[in-house]
Every structure is written in structure tokens, then in C-alpha cells.
Design a protein around this ligand. Sequence first.
Ligand code: ADP
Length: 222
Amino acid sequence: MVGLEMRVVKYRAVLLFGAPGSGKGTQGTILGTIPGFHHCACGDVFRALDYGSALGQKFAEYSARGELVPDDITIELWSSQIANMVQLRRYKPEIDLLALDGIPRSVRQAELLQQHLDVHHVFHLSCPDRGKLVDRLKRRALKENRLDDANEEVIRNRLSSYEEQTKPVLDFYVRTFGPDIVTQVDATQWPYQVLRFILEHLEDSQRRARSPVFAGSQSVPA
Ligand code: ADP
């Protein structure tokens, strides 16, 4: 192999970070409709698995208990999904900014992802009111019929594993890149207000940055 093929590609990414029910998926889905963004939700990657396969069964087991799937399996599955998206040209890393939601969810995952990601920013969708998160998840359970939102005990488990395993990821990024890498966003606002905040922040950094957040030249969508 020569030249280009040997080059290690790191995906430019912003991370949508927050507790279950904080609205990462809502924001990621909207961002994914904007040209220049590609949204990838780790939970969706798992839910797309065939539940008859060994991996699909493993996911069902962990998520039904409100637990995280083990790190190595998660990163392996995620990287092969991203590689598929690149191959299908649904995600164009040279143009698109990756909006990641639901990954990394542990410090180990963040470490493993360092070889794949060029993290531009981490938006922490913060909602200190646990009761509000529980209500949102229960409402979602009714709409989406999700195993992991099905009862209050599972929901409480998910919120605890967020506090214990996922929240330390914020410190990991602050230690690695400095405090400016993380921005707190008030997740109790209306979705359009959260979206506006994120977009204004990205626009601001695009204006200031030496290495722009958005790579391609301005283009008019076809
Ligand atoms: P939410 O939108 O409520 O944050 P997700 O849809 O992202 O939830 O994830 C659903 C479930 O999938 C999690 O409870 C967990 O079992 C599994 N999962 C998703 N992402 C990860 C990850 N990065 N690491 C381990 N498990 C994950």
C-alpha cells in the first residue's frame, strides 16, 4: 500500500453528550438533516442489529437491564458501521462533520476512539433534574416501545450508569484538550433553543478557527 491509502483518517466530530433523556437523539437527528453534518447514534446502531444474532442478543440482554454494552464490542461495532457508511458514501468524512450521539459512554471508549476521532467540541446537554429525565424516558417508552425505557427500575439503572461510567468522560476530554473543549447546554430548554445554541456555537468557532469546523467550501445543496 502506498501514500494516501496508508494515511490514518480521523473523523472530525462534535459529541452530543448527556444523560439518557437529555435530548441528544433529538438534536442529532435534526443536525443530520443539515448538509455538512452526518449524525450517528450508537443506540441506533445497536437497535439495527438482528436480534437473532449473537451480538444482537448480547445487546438485548444488556440494554434490558439498563447496562452498557462492553466497551470493546461497542467500539468494534461502531467503527465497522462508520466504515460501511463511508463506503456507501452516506457519510463523506472529507466534507461532513460527524455528530456523535451516545458514544463514548465510558472513559475506556473515549480512549479507544482517540485513534478514530478528531474531536472539535463536546456539547454537554445538562439536565440536573433527574425527575424530568425519568418523565421524558417514560413518555418515549410509550411512543417507541423501547426495552430499555420499559420500567422505572431499568431507567434508574441507566441514569446511575450514566453518573458512574459516562460522566467521567467529560473530565477525560477536559484533561486531554483543556476546558474549552466542553460547553454546557441547558437541556431543559425547548429543542429549538438547544439547537440554536449549538449552531451559534459552531458558527462562532468556524469564524475563529484556524482549522475550520466545516471542511468543504461553501456549497449549494443539489
Ligand atoms: P439514550 O438515547 O436514552 O441515551 P441510546 O439509544 O443511546 O439511549 O442507547 C440505548 C442502549 O444501548 C443503552 O442503554 C446501552 O445498553 C446501549 N448503548 C448505546 N450506546 C452505547 C455505548 N456507547 N456503549 C455501551 N452501550 C451502549
